[in-house]
Design a binder for this molecule. Structure first.
Ligand code: APR
Length: 230
């Protein structure tokens, strides 16, 4: 019986055609975070923020899971133990690949949130500031995305899973954003074996017991096959 927690970041979706944030030409090279990924930016210009997320929602809707997402779904099906994917990604490529136990700590593009009454619903492909909340009728819809300065979702559940993990794997994340960047330290504290699978060493690479570098679509299936053969 082996319990595994896997943290994923934008790098796992890169080969599915979805941009990362901090790579060359990434999303944060094209847009100012304070304009499109903060509550203040949304209050200042909700149309700009809706346009930013409408474009990403449209792109994510067309994207297909790659071999890394598919391998993690197979791991969940065949592992003798619990697997939890904690993703920083707001796309639904893990679910499209068949993963069931997925926790979106930064929210999801395909969900909408009412800034007035906190009601959540399935987001239309294109959201507009004049959309009415299905619950309270107010015109205060926002993407159900955790912006900078806001609290990531389900942190208690994540902490509980990390305390029970035998293995913690970080895939496709730069390790630049907290609290996700500290999960390796939490898992290590509870005795988990820690693995980084990334295109290149992340900011936190030295904190992992094991590191493998290369494109996720190549190195994740190899790691999954070894894990299942144990
Ligand atoms: N295979 C594996 N790793 C890859 C690949 C690939 N094909 N392409 C890029 N990477 C790696 C990069 O080397 C980098 O370490 O993925 C990482 C992407 O880092 P970021 O762009 O910083 O994305 P992420 O770590 O997910 O950002 C975390 O920051 O802006 C916020 O909320 C946003 O969830 C996001 C968070």
């Amino acid at each position: 019986m082996t319990n595994i927690v896997i943290l994923t970041g934008a790098g796992i979706s890169a080969e599915s055609g979805l941009g990362t944030f901090r790579d060359e030409g990434g999303l944060w090279a094209q847009h100012r975070i304070e304009d499109v990924a903060t509550p203040e930016g949304f209050a200042r210009d909700p149309d700009l923020v809706h346009r930013f997320y409408n474009a990403r929602r449209d792109q994510a809707a067309k994207a297909k899971p790659n071999a890394a997402h598919v391998a993690l779904a197979e791991l969940e099906r065949r592992l003798d133990g619990d697997l939890l994917i904690v993703t920083q990604n707001v796309d639904s490529l893990h679910e499209k690949a068949g993963s069931q136990a997925v926790l979106h700590m930064h929210g999801q593009l395909n969900r909408a949130l009412c800034a007035t009454c906190d009601h959540r619903w399935d987001a239309p492909l294109a959201m507009h500031k004049s959309d009415s909340c299905p619950a309270c009728g107010q015109q205060a819809p926002r993407p159900d995305i955790v912006w900078f300065g806001e609290i990531p979702y389900q942190m208690e559940k994540i902490a509980e899973a990390l305390s029970q993990a035998d293995v913690f794997v970080s895939i496709g994340t730069s390790g630049e954003v907290y609290p996700a960047a500290n999960f390796v330290a939490e898992a290590d504290h509870f005795g988990a074996h820690t693995v980084e699978l990334n295109l290149e060493p992340s900011a936190g690479a030295s904190r992992f017991a094991e590191c493998r570098f290369g494109p996720a679509s190549e190195i994740v299936p190899i790691w999954v096959a070894e894990e299942l053969a144990r």
